[in-house]
Design a protein around this ligand. Structure first.
Ligand code: DGP
Length: 147
């Protein structure tokens, strides 16, 4: 049996490799931030790890920490530059969750007037028994996740 075909590099991998241009805002050893080419509002930017993983849950703790460290600074700079006083952070995982580029990325989306992230939010209820059951299941999964 032949090996599975390697998947082609994502657009963000090609940006990281310098094969495609971007409007770079910030770079360090682990992280790159640049303007989103299809912005929901002025200043909409993407923050990506240099580590090439499709989903957040695959990311090393080191990459996750490196992104977390720089997010508040990027948010302050984007608010200062755009005048926005509100913004959303969005991080999609999986096509069903609106992910189009399969390299982990955080969207930082300023809210400027009616421009920015629109959210369809349909809250349910949390019956006490369901809550206990869910807490137990997630805690069990946490306990068996040794990474
Ligand atoms: P998502 O749906 O979370 O996977 O969003 C992917 C985002 O990536 C989307 O808002 C548009 C942006 N994007 C796609 N291709 C490029 C590109 O070539 N350059 C830049 N800067 N952004 C891109």
């Amino acid at each position: 049996m032949s090996d599975p075909k390697p998947s082609p590099p994502t657009i963000f991998a090609r940006i990281l490799a310098g094969e495609l241009p971007c409007h770079k805002i910030y770079e360090d050893e682990n992280v790159l931030a640049f303007l989103d080419i299809f912005p929901l509002s002025p200043g909409h930017l993407l923050i990506i790890p240099k580590e090439q993983k499709a989903y957040l849950h695959e990311l090393s703790a080191g990459s996750a920490a490196a992104i977390g460290r720089v997010l508040p600074r990027l948010a302050r700079a984007t608010m200062a530059a755009t005048g926005a006083t509100a913004y959303n952070l969005l991080q999609n995982n999986g096509a069903a969750a609106h992910q189009a580029v399969f390299h982990v990325h955080f969207h930082l989306i300023p809210k400027i007037g009616d421009r920015g992230l629109g959210i369809g939010w349909v809250p349910g209820k949390l019956p006490e028994a369901d809550a206990h059951h869910m807490v137990a299941r997630i805690q069990d999964a946490l306990d068996s996740d040794l990474s």
